[in-house]
Write a new protein. Sequence first.
Length: 525
Amino acid sequence: MSAEARPNTIAQLARWQGARLGSKVAMQCGERQLTWADLDARSNRVAQALYGAGVKPGSRVAFLGKDSELAYEFVFGVAKAGAVLMGINWRLAPPEVRFILEDGEAELLVVGAEFVERMASAWEGNERLLAMLVVDGEAGGLTRYDNWRDDAPDDDPCRPDDTDEVVVQMYTSGTTGHPKGVQLANRSFFAVVANMAAVGDEWIGWSADDVSMFALPAFHIGGLWWAMTGFVAGALSIIPPTFVAWEALQLMERHKVTKVCLVPAMIGVMLEEPGCVDTDFAALDTIVYGGSPIPVPTLSRALEAFGCHFAQIYGLTETGNTAVCLRHADHVDPSGARLAGAGCPYPGNAIKIIGEDGQPLGVGAVGEVCISSPANMVGYWKRPEATAATLVDGWVHTGDAGSVDAGGCVFVCDRLKDLIISAGENIYPAEVESALCGHEAVAEAAVIGIPDDRWGEKIMAYVVLRAGHELAAHEITDHCRARLADFKVPHVIEALKSLPRTPSGKVKKALLRKPFWDGRERQVN
């Protein structure tokens, strides 16, 4: 994509493409289609309806539902109103959703009809909510989203465009038991690709002729960033409500998908589908993947099965998604040394490796990976101390341990934090440990990630039982499932008489991890 004048805010993007590509289909979800002109007009109505509900610029509004063209028109409408979108993972448990709604001070909630009954306790008694709407059906006597939208005029609010205005607040798993709201400005979704275009870096060659499939949900930074990148190109976006491997294969063939962004676990599951071998991937030119490295055997199979270019991206929610990319040329030879790396920074981004004293380290030395990017977060919502610890002089301290080679390629080898990544989902042990210790039989808990060939990592919990109790793993997992999203529930629970601790009382998680990770080149999977 050339460096021509392009939008640099989400609101501006809808107007720009509405004027340029009005009658072209922007999105398709099932049999429903939405043109760019309709997207522009509908998002105007959403903005006006938000004002009518009492939502003001800077207010937080939440969306809890599966992806669709309606979900994305809401994204654009919120941006035009100057409000801040909080996309909520529908896989979370009601107590987790309740925390996000209350912490984020959400003033309006749109919820998918299929989640109303299960999630009702998440908003009961929340007096801050000015309105609640239901999308894709009817439930709970709530106002239908489409009626609410269509009752509003389609006049564009025409607020001034501001690349530094916070437009999205995404909640990440919490190191201390509660998630934090990452505030992302408009620039987080446009600056990296704009910098590439300015120097003629085509990256993966986006164009208006592309057909992009959304496999990652909009409540994840990878999903929303991927969507905005394709929208800027004017590509047709195919939106399945959620990722199902066999359905994804059918959609790719039916719609002649050219580009898709996945996590390695998704690639692995697709390869295992019996229909994969018969799927026509002739139109597919690029698979972008992130969230974790791809196992070399999986990559080898994928290169043969899909017959397209591959690119790995590396970044965090706090960096506005991708800051580093391992290009296709580094994927051609699965035995290549760089395949063990995350890639090199994009133009305008920078990487430094620092030691425990905070000073930069040289080539090959292992320390904490820090990222400078024009897409870096504004900060954590109402967490000044956490912001100061993570965002230091414009550098995001990732909590990943790694090194940089002489060519600037980043190699991630371990985590300084206890983060577990399973099927692309970030899981902090503190959240799981808190839930475990809420069970009457559990006195103490320590949670670690252990290697898993399919999902990257799975969750193992060590518990110390209270006197008079025996281990009933199924009861403990049921207890966790009522309080946590399914992907955070331990796969394995083992009882210990005591947890190994340092003299200062800290659990020796490295010791617990050691038997599972010994002999592996990297301590991430």
